[in-house]
Design a protein around this ligand. Structure first.
Ligand SMILES: [Zn+2]
Length: 579
């Protein structure tokens, strides 16, 4: 039987909503070719439809209740305060990179989210995906000698292109902000592209995955310019940026074309995304709403007067034009180890964030608070779990959960009076597995255009925040059910031709890859081989090998990130509205 290889191109946040109309206009010939000649369809992703959660499911074939990555950060129920930034050492099960390496097949992975720090593999792993604090000179590559070779080849990576200057529009005029952002995003794209073709041309592999963040970054920030109906649409800026997202897709299309031209008879090419995308018009201030319905209480001295954000001192500095100083001061100070600093700055050095989440924790009267929001949904203040929990586990817990779920479904937009939440879900209905208890208690999907922030900023004095000049993101992918659909396109010797795929799930990718590589599939993987996508001949010749693997669950040594690494990740995530 002919040997088969698999090449996966991850296109972060790519959606048919953009792709289909572009194909109609003849602008994406290679996406079109894959759809016409290969297998294609939606790829249902995880809840939440977030990059780290989705890619960890891709790498493991299980739902987050088993792999434990519900978000960039964890420790939701720990102490009401800043959560812990997670990394690849927090994944609770084996990844396909490890499974395939153990079978002596060759692996190359570039920029796949949640491969930082890199795993030792039988091949090469370039950890440049999120969360990767350095994304630069210190991009971590296994093995180190190949890392050096790669950096020499691409001429290194300049750090200035990899970070933003602060949050929001970074104190820049909007035009400058968007130009700067484009430049940075393309800098990274070109570097990853360079690494990809270099390794592709030089090294042997059985599985190769490369991931591009380009489309995600562009859609988060430039969505407002492709939709004249967007609440923050700006005509004069749109004249400059209305094609930015489309150009991103065309650049990916061109790359797919180059790859298809170079692949041999043995290679199956898969193009996929981790979630879809859609507009954000309004932010729903969940903690504000919980206070309105009486489930969350502030301590008396904080009512109506507390603006929780950056410190006055930092704001002052940035107003005077010392944005850089304002951003980096906390890290420098925390490095000095003075007692006064230690009391006020958290060990991660993320002073502004410490203030935000810690002040939220301080201003809430936990003994009278029954529920509170985090970035994904709502948690009960549960006795025995939260430090000052008040809800009794069991009957009372169930009652409060149903009460909140019902209330959520009746939340209305203050202007249109239409309900804004389409679906509410308990974590037990979404996740299965030993990590489920670490998840947020209640999840929900909004109707299109709304997005949730667990804002501790009660000064907003209203349930909704309309997107405005302090919030650069205008597109997102966790709030609406439709954004739970990514894309799947494939062609190659093991795949059917001109076939539409009906039901593919992110959990199916790992078992399907193992099948194509003729390897055993751990019985613990919850996904299935996408048989309806696979060539009949191959299906007839090759049995699926499902074998229990007692080593599938792994206890990894937790690799803590340095204070500087944590701060950089928080900065990146905050800029995208994830924290
Ligand atoms: Zn993503």
């Amino acid at each position: 039987m002919m040997k088969q290889k698999v090449l996966i191109i991850g296109v972060d946040g790519a959606t048919y909503q953009i792709i289909r109309p572009m194909i109609k206009e003849g602008k994406l010939p290679n996406f079109e070719r894959l759809i016409n000649t290969g297998v294609s369809g939606d790829l249902t992703t995880t809840i939440p439809s977030l990059t780290p959660t989705a890619f960890t499911t891709l790498m493991t074939g299980v739902n987050p209740g088993h792999h434990g990555i519900f978000d960039f950060a964890g420790g939701v129920h720990r102490d009401y305060r800043s959560r812990i930034i997670l990394n690849s050492s927090n994944i609770h099960v084996k990844t396909i990179w490890e499974i395939i390496s153990e079978k002596n097949k060759k692996v190359i992975s570039i920029g796949v989210p949640f491969t930082y720090p890199p795993f030792p593999v039988n091949g090469i792993m370039v950890s440049a995906g999120m969360p990767n604090p350095e994304k630069g000179q210190d991009v971590k590559i296994f093995p180190p000698e190949v890392g050096k070779e790669i950096m020499d080849y691409i001429g290194g990576i300049q750090h200035k292109y990899l970070t933003r200057r602060g949050s929001g529009f970074c104190g820049m005029p909007q035009m400058e902000f968007y130009e700067d952002l484009q430049e940075k995003v393309y800098y990274v794209f070109e570097k990853v592209r360079g690494i990809f073709f270099y390794l592709f041309n030089k090294y042997e592999w059985d599985i190769f995955m490369v991931h591009f963040n380009l489309t995600d970054m562009l859609q988060h920030n430039f969505w407002r310019f492709i939709d004249p109906g967007h609440v923050s649409y700006d005509k004069s800026l749109a004249e400059h940026f209305e094609n930015t997202i489309y150009k991103g897709y065309q650049d990916i299309d061109k790359l797919i074309g180059e790859v298809l031209a170079k692949t041999d008879q043995e290679t199956n090419v898969i193009v996929l995304s981790d979630h879809g995308f859609g507009p954000v018009h309004y932010l729903f201030n969940m903690n504000y709403w919980l206070e309105e319905i009486g489930l969350l209480k502030r301590k008396k001295r904080y009512i109506g007067r507390y603006k929780v954000h950056r410190t006055t001192f930092q704001r002052g500095l940035s107003r005077l034009g010392y944005q850089n100083l304002a951003d980096h001061l906390p890290t420098w100070l925390s490095g000095m180890n003075l007692p006064v600093v230690r009391r006020n700055i958290d060990p991660g050095g993320a002073f502004a964030f410490r203030n935000q989440s810690d002040r939220f924790a301080e201003m809430i009267d936990w003994k009278r608070t029954r529920a509170y929001a985090d970035v994904h949904g709502i948690n009960l203040n549960l006795r025995g779990r939260e430090p000052e929990g008040v809800i009794e586990p069991g009957k009372e817990q169930e009652q409060v959960i149903s009460y909140i779920m019902n209330q959520l479904l009746s939340v209305r937009d203050t202007e249109t009076n239409a309900t804004i939440i389409g679906e509410v879900l308990k974590k037990e209905d979404i996740f299965k597995g030993p990590c489920t208890e670490e998840a947020t208690d209640i999840y929900f999907f909004f109707k299109e255009g709304y997005h949730h922030i667990p804002s501790p900023d009660f000064m907003s004095k209203e349930r909704f925040t309309k997107l405005n000049d302090s919030i650069p993101f205008s597109g997102h992918h966790v709030s609406h059910r439709s954004t739970q659909k990514g894309i799947f396109l494939s062609s190659g010797p093991g795949m059917k031709q001109s076939t539409e795929l009906q039901e593919a799930n992110m959990m199916d990718i790992a078992p399907t890859i193992l099948y194509l590589l003729n390897l055993e599939i751990p019985a613990e993987m919850e996904g299935r081989v996408l048989r309806e996508a696979i060539d009949e001949d191959l299906l007839n010749k090759r049995q699926e090998m499902r074998i229990e693997n007692s080593e599938f669950r792994v206890k990894r040594e937790r690799k803590a990130l340095s204070a500087r690494e944590e701060e950089k990740i928080r900065e990146q995530l905050k800029g995208l509205g994830y924290l």
